[in-house]
Ligand binder design. Structure first.
Ligand code: GLP
Length: 233
């Protein structure tokens, strides 16, 4: 139970993450990854698109909101804008379909695909309520891919992704699947994440802060900019 904490000046944060990511890709061109969307990874995706080849990789999208296809807050739309459209040859992409007729069967399909392929690297953001993906407070470390009700903070945050729509639900890979990855990176930037980062790294490991379960994993890097690190001392 340990993690590597990297605290970096904001100007170096995204490039440092992208540099190590590019190294991983050069060592393993067929890497199977699970990627978050949201605002946090945007500069990292922009940086990696400039200097790495993802053509042989496979990407599982971490989660999805119960919104209509094409909505700007959809995770697949965000990943397209932030990363896929910037690559000459995109990776193979797997994603959850919130329009599927049978959502439980769709979650089972995704869970089985992750178990079959195995995850080498998961890149995560941190919700201000401690969520990972859409594993909201109350989620157990043994949770798997499923349909979830969104926490109030998560619903309120949807507008920051440029949508005028709202939804009360989403789909997410579970904490068990996140913890099954060979390696996990938690990306955290900005003063508004300082308090929840402290709880994640220093508070109890329990479902009230789902991200705290990353401390059960033996190969985690927490990439933090100076503003987000302000409450760690
Ligand atoms: C969102 C997303 C997550 C994301 C997290 C943090 O609700 N569904 O995948 O990692 O919350 O988002 P942000 O980076 O925008 O703060």
């Amino acid at each position: 139970m340990s993690f590597q904490l990297e605290v970096l000046p904001h100007r170096d944060w995204a490039d440092s993450i992208a540099d190590l990511w590019a190294e991983r890709l050069s060592d393993s061109p067929g890497l199977t990854m699970c990627l978050a969307t949201g605002s946090t990874p945007k500069p990292v995706y922009r940086a990696i698109a400039g200097h790495a080849d993802l053509s042989g990789t496979k990407v599982f999208l971490l989660d999805e909101f119960g919104l209509e296809p094409g909505d700007p807050a959809r995770c697949d739309v965000m990943l397209g804008d932030m990363l896929l459209s910037r690559l000459e040859v995109p990776p193979a992409l797997e994603k959850l379909n919130p329009q599927a007729a049978n959502l439980d069967a769709e979650c089972d399909r995704y869970s089985q695909a992750i178990a079959r392929d195995g995850l080498s690297l998961v890149i995560l953001g941190l919700g201000t309520n401690g969520h990972l993906g859409l594993n909201e407070p109350g989620s157990g470390y043994d949770s798997t891919t499923r349909v979830v009700a969104l926490a109030d903070e998560t619903m309120a945050g949807l507008s920051s992704y440029g949508t005028t729509s709202t939804t009360s639900w989403g789909m997410t890979i579970g904490l068990a699947e996140i913890l099954s990855s060979d390696e996990a990176w938690l990306l955290v930037s900005g003063e508004h994440k300082a308090q929840i980062l402290r709880q994640t790294l220093i508070g109890p490991v329990d479902p009230s802060v789902p991200a705290s379960f990353l401390r059960m994993h033996s190969n985690v890097i927490v990439w933090v900019d100076e503003a987000a690190s302000s409450q760690l001392v």
